[in-house]
Design a protein around this ligand. Structure first.
Ligand SMILES: *Cc1c(COP(=O)(O)O)cnc(C)c1O
Length: 406
């Protein structure tokens, strides 16, 4: 079945109450069983069931199953936000002294999180992950995990995803890929060898800026038996799920970054139209990229769908479309705030993956705290404006940009 057919009918094909076509919103925090022995079996992981709302709930579980279908994974866990999906996953799988290799073009908040890991004894190296040789050169005897994103935000560099996957397979390293900017509709990180796939559900999967959420998906490719950080209590059942066992049973218990049933419902309804929205948003992004490239007041355009982009070939070969994020640098005589204030339809906002087109002056907002040196390392110019392209009619977007640049 196609991507949409599969997920539109997912809820009713799994366990469903009263013949409803959507999984209902379950708000109960606690669960009981007719036989107390059953409750014990659920707690011991010997029987499927719900124990306490911090770990999972039926509405969240239905969304988790949908995400697993989208990512072609074995199972998924939902979290309150994308950040908590990353944080809980890594905190539950690594220990002090372990080492992570990641991209220097990482999403700003993830970069900040990794600085916190470093302050707590998990070492982190930031390298240019568009070339696997940089990742390989940074590996040490302590390296346990390589973390990368598909398309970087805001400069749209594409990681050397397949070669990093091959390197991780050879060295038995956990390979965690943040698929947020591509979403499972544009890219299946499992094909590149990812062990775990992260999504911020807040962005394209939810798609409407009305709920926060995150997820981690097990692809089944990693040999958990050889991973020494899995505690004995979680080395039970199918070995492919040992990592998720520990993230769910220990990570969610310890950190409590649980996805709420109401948010899961919003995200699930949003996910029904992921493919439709992505088709339209990527088509709009492609048209806008061409428009900006030809415009005299735009100095540079960063969009992997343009032939001049250094990762153009990768975007063509690996992704269904080159995404809906693009950024531009303005000519020196054009102030980025004046430009943003002149936009009428496009909204100045930090979010991405919304149905509406959003624009943000990167250096002055989301990367302000990083400081000038770090921005220079990441190639973020003062005039850089990032767009998250939405699903408006392209003529209306082109008209708005035309008048704002004028
Ligand atoms: C937004 C984002 C996150 C964090 O997601 P939240 O749901 O906002 O916590 C993580 N990774 C990437 C690539 C993102 O764009």
């Amino acid at each position: 079945m196609g991507f949409s057919s599969k997920i539109l009918h997912a809820d009713r094909r799994f366990e469903i109450e009263h013949g409803s076509v959507h999984k209902p919103i379950h708000t109960s925090v606690a669960y009981t069983y007719n036989d107390s022995r059953e409750l014990a079996r659920v707690f011991q992981g010997k029987q499927a069931g719900y124990s306490y709302g911090r770990q999972v709930n039926p509405t969240v579980d239905a969304l988790q199953k949908k995400i697993s279908l989208m990512e072609d994974g074995l199972a998924s866990i939902g979290f309150a936000t994308g950040m908590s999906a990353i944080g809980t996953t890594i905190f539950s799988l690594l220990r002090a002294g372990d080492h992570i290799v990641t991209s220097q073009f990482l999403f700003g908040n993830t970069n900040s999180l990794f600085q916190s890991f470093a302050a707590h004894g998990i070492k982190v190296s930031f390298v240019d992950a568009t070339d696997v040789t940089n990742v390989e050169a940074a590996l040490t005897a302590e390296t346990k995990l390589v973390f990368t994103e598909t398309i970087a935000n805001p400069r749209t560099q594409i990681s050397d995803l397949y070669r990093i996957g091959e390197l991780c397979r050879q060295r038995q390293l956990l390979y965690v890929v943040d698929n947020t900017l591509t979403s499972p509709y544009l890219f299946k990180a499992k094909l590149a060898g990812a062990s775990l796939v992260i999504n911020s559900l807040t962005k394209y999967i939810g798609g409407h800026a009305n709920a926060l959420g995150g997820s981690v998906t097990e692809t089944g490719l990693f040999e958990w038996q050889a991973f020494e950080n899995i505690y004995d209590s979680y080395r039970v059942g199918e070995p492919g799920l040992w990592g998720l066992n520990q993230i769910k049973k220990k990570g969610l218990r310890d950190f409590g970054a649980t996805l709420s049933a109401e948010a899961a419902h919003h995200l699930s309804i949003g996910s029904d139209t992921l493919a439709l929205r992505m088709d339209r948003a990527c088509d709009n992004a492609g048209k806008l990229a061409v428009f900006f490239e030809d415009h005299a007041r735009v100095k540079k355009v960063h969009y992997p769908g343009l032939t001049g982009h250094p990762d153009y070939i990768r975007s063509r070969e690996w992704f269904r479309y080159p995404g809906a994020i693009l950024s531009i640098e303005l000519e020196d005589d054009l102030d980025c705030f004046d430009f943003l204030n002149s936009l009428d339809l496009v909204i100045c906002s930090s979010n991405l993956g919304d149905t509406r087109t959003l624009a943000i002056p990167v250096a002055h907002s989301i990367f302000y705290e990083a400081g000038a040196d770090k921005r220079a390392d990441m190639g973020i110019a003062d005039s850089l404006v990032r767009f998250s392209v939405g699903i408006e009619e392209s003529e209306d977007l082109l008209m708005d940009f035309e008048q704002a640049l004028a």
